[in-house]
Design a protein around this ligand. Structure first.
Ligand SMILES: NC(=O)c1ccc[n+]([C@@H]2O[C@H](COP(=O)([O-])OP(=O)(O)OC[C@H]3O[C@@H](n4cnc5c(N)ncnc54)[C@H](OP(=O)(O)O)[C@@H]3O)[C@@H](O)[C@H]2O)c1
Length: 212
């Protein structure tokens, strides 16, 4: 596949780019800076673009088989910029006639019990609420885009750099936690889950939780 990867220079984005390249896909990696360190591969091109600009997305997405996102707000921006990124990306795909979109989302909107989302739980850290809430708002915009083959793939509650074990579980709309109730995944294993979904499209029109 020829994949346009938005947010390719980020912490999750570089792992997704590496996973795609290892599987033989060609990747165009987008960030505002236009540079992605630590990836040196003939099938990888780093380009500059602004994911809040429909024209940028439409131009960059044209000719690709799918668009993947690991976009995240910068520290100096309101997390609600995520909704502008989502709106521009959706419209950009439409203009470019690309219909597959796999988006790295947030775990906050996943259910931990019937009718209870992670963000609503007592222990959910106050400092994560603005970005978690913005990610839910972005999901709600995506969920209306019935004309696209979208999947919103959320990490576990905690995601960090770590080992690539190849093990993970997914759940539709639900937080994935282990027997002790811990919800965790490494960025490397998240990238595997993300690229598996991009390749296999088993969870189209789904908010997919990942974890161990
Ligand atoms: N447990 C959870 O639910 C959880 C945990 C961690 C992360 N996440 C989500 O996962 C996503 C990725 O996280 P991360 O930590 O990998 O993010 P990150 O390291 O901050 O990377 C963000 C990427 O987006 C790019 N970017 C930002 N604004 C852009 C714009 N307007 N146009 C184009 N590119 C832009 C950045 O590059 P430039 O700055 O050069 O543009 C960078 O490549 C985020 O949405 C985050 O909320 C969820």
């Amino acid at each position: 596949m020829d994949v346009l990867l938005l947010g390719a220079s980020g912490r999750i984005g570089t792992r997704v780019a590496t996973e795609l390249l290892e599987r033989g896909h060609a990747v165009t990696g987008v960030s505002r800076s236009g540079t992605v360190e630590d990836i040196d591969d003939p099938d990888f091109v780093a380009v500059s673009g602004d994911a809040t600009e429909v024209d940028d997305i439409a131009k960059l997405a044209t000719g690709h088989d799918a668009v993947a996102s690991a976009l995240g707000p910068s520290d100096d921006e309101s997390p609600e910029i995520l909704t502008a990124m989502m709106e521009a990306t959706i419209e950009g795909l439409r203009r470019a006639s690309v219909d597959r979109l796999v988006w790295t989302g947030g775990a906050g909107g996943l259910e931990v019990a019937p009718d209870t989302r992670l963000i609503e739980t007592e222990d959910f850290p106050e400092e994560w609420k603005p970005v978690a809430s913005a990610a839910i708002d972005a999901y709600e915009i995506l969920s209306e885009a019935d004309d696209l083959e979208w999947t919103y793939v959320a990490p576990a509650a905690l995601i960090e750099p770590g080992d690539r074990t190849g093990e993970y579980r997914t759940a539709e709309g639900e937080l994935v936690a282990d027997d002790e109730g811990d919800s965790y995944i490494t960025m490397e294993d998240f990238a595997i889950a993300f690229v598996d979904e991009l390749e296999e499209a088993n969870a189209v029109h789904t908010y997919l939780g990942t974890g161990y």
